[in-house]
Design a binder for this molecule. Structure first.
Ligand code: ATP
Ligand code: MG
Ligand code: MG
Length: 379
């Protein structure tokens, strides 16, 4: 097929379009916001994601359909599967849009997750805190992102308040043991319909205010742990019969254990480093996978640090990138800016990212410090 439909018109769809266009594919996105980041460079059907007529039109005009977020309406997903070709399938969405189903699927693949309990009532909540101990983390089962819909509970007395704050018995909740991680890493895996699987090198992720701030590659963990994380991601992609990308977020503990935190069945912010640092980008790999092409090489060509550009960083970033960057030159860094074409630079909104190609990730981290653009931020 030569026309790819993308449900969702955000930056992930945009970067998928940029990669896929270079491979000769045409893209049509469905998104409610006119001139969405993806719609600026692809054709766009302007409609809500749950609009069935719009979904039908997308199905009619496209040979292959993919999505760039996991909260696709179940009915729309079923409709698209019936009327077009959705290689990723609705089953993967069904699993990954629900934390409990996701954890069960991870366990079924033989991959460790933090101990957890389903919480359906105040009594469940008390029992769960008793069983798991503090600290622990209460999360809504659906809809959470960037740390929204979760509360860390540090003492038992605070449990019921957190439960009420997140919606109590009116929402589905899950309580997880808090994993005292030494770092967080992620692996993007790809699988095609022929069953071929490839993984990208793990990224070490630093969050600020629960939003991804930097991804550091190679991750500063042993090469054994990196291989193990890649192996677990492959195991998950195989067990879930993924077609396309599967991003796997993991915790690393002091004694070198890995626990999967969550999955995303799509390109991932922590995989943006691949755009300059790998032979193949995560976006090209996704397009290859959903189009049934052989997967391409994922070799890391250079150490790299990716730093996100949020609304509050925009002015200074644009300023900095309009002139020569002596600090980068001194540190032997190539700083590559990617912008998503979003009009309003709201605080906390992801406007773009910078890939800092370097000889040593420490140099890139130094550049981030020195520019002062990300000051006043503690992880
Ligand atoms: P995302 O934007 O990545 O989708 P999210 O809102 O889905 O985020 P999680 O990834 O589940 O949320 O959690 C956000 C962050 O909170 C994690 O990256 C981690 O730093 C911390 N966290 C979540 N669960 C745990 C846990 N069980 N133990 C320790 N830290 C945790
Ligand atoms: Mg999430
Ligand atoms: Mg997460």
């Amino acid at each position: 097929g030569s026309v790819i439909g993308v449900l969702g018109g955000g930056q992930l769809g945009r970067m998928m379009t940029l990669s896929g266009a270079a491979m000769g594919y045409r893209f049509i996105t469905l998104d409610p916001t006119d001139a969405s980041p993806c719609g600026q460079i692809a054709e766009q059907i302007v409609a809500d994601y749950s609009n069935q007529d719009a979904a039908r039109e997308l199905a009619r005009r496209c040979d292959v359909i993919t999505y760039e977020f996991e909260n696709v309406d179940a009915e729309v997903a079923a409709l698209l599967e019936k009327e077009s070709y959705v290689p990723q399938g609705s089953k993967l969405l069904y699993t990954t849009q629900h934390r409990l189903r996701e954890k069960q699927a991870i366990e079924a693949a033989g991959v460790p997750v933090a101990p957890y309990r389903e919480v359906k009532s105040a009594a469940d909540m008390e029992e769960a805190v008793e069983a798991l101990g503090v600290p622990c983390v209460l999360k809504t089962v659906t809809g959470g992102y960037d740390g929204k819909g979760q509360r860390v509970i540090r003492e038992k007395e605070a449990a019921l308040r957190a439960y009420e704050e997140l919606g109590g018995s009116s929402v589905e909740l899950v309580l997880e043991q808090f994993i005292p991680f030494t770092c967080e890493i992620s692996v993007v895996a790809a699988r095609n319909p022929q069953g071929e699987i490839k993984t990208f090198p793990p990224a070490e992720n630093i969050h600020v205010n629960n939003i991804l701030h930097t991804s550091i590659v190679p991750a500063r963990v042993s090469s054994e742990l990196q291989l193990e994380a890649q192996h677990l991601a492959s195991q998950l992609a195989e067990s879930l019969q993924v077609v396309g990308l599967l991003a796997v977020e993991l915790f690393v503990t002091e004694d070198g254990k890995l626990y999967v935190n969550e999955l995303a069945p799509r390109p991932h912010n922590s995989g943006h480093y691949t755009m300059e640092a790998c032979t193949t980008t995560q976006f090209e790999q996704h397009v290859r996978a959903i189009c049934g092409l052989p997967l391409a090489d994922t070799t890391l060509l250079s150490p790299v640090v990716m730093v996100n550009v949020l609304g509050e960083h925009m002015e200074e970033v644009v300023d900095r990138f309009s002139g020569s960057d002596l600090e980068a030159e001194e540190l032997g860094i190539a700083a590559k800016l990617h912008l998503y074409g979003k009009a309003e630079a709201k605080t906390g909104r992801k406007m773009g990212h910078i890939n800092l190609l370097c000889h040593d990730v420490q140099h890139a981290l130094m550049w981030i410090e020195k520019t002062n653009i990300w000051r006043n931020q503690n992880s």
